[in-house]
Write a protein that binds this ligand. Structure first.
Ligand code: F6R
Ligand code: MN
Length: 187
């Protein structure tokens, strides 16, 4: 038997070595545009959860990691619940995402701040090239589940996004998910 199992219908991973990390609203300070609203909401609310199978040491070249992310539905004011987003620390490393369940958007940004999105629906496969920051938002009413595969040498650079943000934010504008450009960058 292989060491881990993927439940095909739900994207859930199980087996020895699968780790789970949760992000509650309290851990997402300054991630959403409307920080005052985020701070006024239930801080215990679970926003997303990531399972990962990392069979080799992080940073080691040549290995592959497997992940399963779940983003719960909801918004902070007009902005959909989403992941923090990152560049890879080893910038020129790519990643695959594929959607298992729910409805959402993969928000991508190049190094010049140009920001665009790919819609996520069950079965959609997303190749994220190197040097592209990536974040996922849940635009639906049920949970959004996607799997990922990325190189063990990639690492994560969260600092650049914490400082600069993406070039646009995904908001519910009169019921339609709409990318709204932020002040300093272009969509
Ligand atoms: C790994 C990757 C995903 C994300 C996960 C949570 O490189 O892109 O597994 O790590 O969806 O998002 P972040 O890491 O941005 O909080
Ligand atoms: Mn990544």
């Amino acid at each position: 038997m292989p060491s881990i199992q993927l439940e095909i219908n739900t994207g859930k991973l199980s087996g020895e070595g699968v780790i789970t990390a949760q992000k509650k609203l309290s851990q997402l300070e300054n991630v959403f545009e409307d920080e005052a609203t985020r701070a006024s909401m239930d801080q215990e609310q679970l926003i997303y959860e990531v399972q990962a199978f990392m069979p080799v040491e992080e940073g080691k070249e040549g290995g592959l990691y497997f992940g399963n992310s779940t983003i719960f539905p909801g918004k902070v004011n007009e902005e959909y619940f989403m992941t923090r987003g990152h560049f890879h620390a080893k910038l020129d490393t790519a990643e695959y995402y594929w959607c298992i369940q729910g409805k959402g958007a993969l928000i991508l940004m190049d190094e010049n701040g140009k920001t665009w999105l790919e819609e996520m629906t069950p079965g959609s496969v997303h190749y994220i090239p190197g040097k592209i920051a990536h974040r996922v938002a849940n635009t639906g009413e049920e949970k959004l589940v996607f799997n990922a595969c990325w190189p063990s040498e990639a690492g994560h650079d969260y600092g650049t996004i914490e400082k600069e943000g993406f070039g646009a934010r995904l908001k519910d504008i009169e019921g339609t998910p709409t990318l709204v450009a932020t002040k300093n960058e272009m969509v």
